[in-house]
Write a protein that binds this ligand. Structure first.
Ligand SMILES: C[S@@+](CC[C@H](N)C(=O)[O-])C[C@H]1O[C@@H](n2cnc3c(N)ncnc32)[C@H](O)[C@@H]1O
Length: 313
């Protein structure tokens, strides 16, 4: 059974957040099942809102799973990524789920939570126990915790996968790491998202030193109406209305189609009569301008928080 807001110990949440604020994430920080319950009810839900945006984009793009896909959640924590993935794609198209984390406590917690929401076989993997190739690899909020050795290990899991779906916070540092991984893998895999092309990432051009690849996932309505979330946001000093996200979807078969339209990166800026935004397409990443008179509908749309947005200008 999952935990309720009334059982929250706010001190536990503060302690869970401390290693992240102090940048000290190199050792296992899960101390108890209670830690994972607290995380799963709060921080993991916020991560889940980002996953929902990425999964919605994949559906929008017509991305399909191979029948009987094997799901591998690496650095699974409480297992939010695999739970939402199963919910979104349905258990019919998945044959089994494997979980890996340096914390046994986390792996077991994630398995128990998965068992509550689906009937699929779930197994726990050991370090180095890379499954047979062809799996869907889910990676969520792990990149900031990996040193060079860990990343090399993760890359050997990526190499044997068929699909990688990777969601990280949309900070400049993590976005740069995601872009580096895109460069590392773009000749082995097709890049499905966020890009609409397979070329070198336009962010790598010197002109984009102050830009980074990130998007804003829309928060769910309860963030604005539920007093528990209000208290969580205030106590943890997190603005829950803002969900900056970097992500990457790679696949050995599925492909993104080249698109002349520009994908809007970050937040557009709206002025009287025009808007500017950082736009990305096969020609690179650069600032673009949309005159209101040339696209009233598009100009209006730029006001909303939207994760996936293409503009024709
Ligand atoms: C911030 S949590 C994210 C958990 C989960 N993926 C999510 O999105 O909620 C990072 C997780 O990565 C795990 N982790 C960190 N370094 C790892 C490594 N080198 N190998 C395996 N797991 C690792 C941690 O134990 C933790 O569970």
């Amino acid at each position: 059974m999952s935990m309720n807001w009334k059982d929250i110990n706010w001190q536990t949440l503060e302690e869970l957040r401390a290693p992240f604020l102090e940048g000290n994430k190199t050792k296992d920080y899960w101390r108890s099942v209670s830690d994972l319950e607290h995380y799963d009810l709060t921080f993991a839900q916020r991560i889940g809102w980002k996953w929902n945006a990425v999964l919605a984009e994949l559906h929008e793009r017509g991305f399909e799973l191979e029948p009987a896909s094997h799901l591998v959640d690496w650095g699974c924590g409480s297992g939010i990524a695999s739970r939402l993935f199963v919910e979104s794609f349905g258990s019919e198209s998945i044959s089994k789920i494997s979980l890996f984390d340096r914390s046994k406590l986390a792996q077991t917690f994630a398995m128990n939570r998965l068992n509550e929401v689906c009937q699929l076989p779930v197994r726990l993997l050991e370090a180095g126990q890379i499954p047979d190739s062809g799996y869907v690899l889910l990676l969520s909020h792990v990149l900031g915790e990996l040193n060079a050795v860990d990343l090399a290990e993760l890359n050997s899991w990526i190499e044997k996968s068929q699909t990688v779906i990777w969601v990280e916070p949309g900070t400049p540092a993590l976005s740069a790491k995601i872009v580096a991984q895109r460069e590392r893998w773009r000749e082995t895999f097709n890049v499905v998202a966020p890009c609409r092309h397979q070329m070198q990432c336009g962010m790598l051009s010197g002109k984009n030193a102050n830009n980074w690849c990130h998007f804003f996932a829309p928060p769910p309505p309860e963030v604005f109406s539920d007093s528990n979330w209000t208290k969580f946001g205030k106590t943890m000093k997190i603005d829950l209305r803002s969900l900056p996200t970097s992500f990457l979807v790679l696949d050995k078969v599925a492909k993104s189609t080249d698109d002349e339209r520009k994908r809007v990166i970050g937040r557009p800026q709206l002025f009287n009569g025009y808007a500017t935004f950082i736009g990305c397409n096969v020609d690179g990443v650069r600032e673009a301008k949309l005159l209101k008179r040339d696209g009233k509908e598009q100009y209006r749309e730029l006001k909303d928080v939207k994760f996936t947005r293409f503009i024709d200008c």
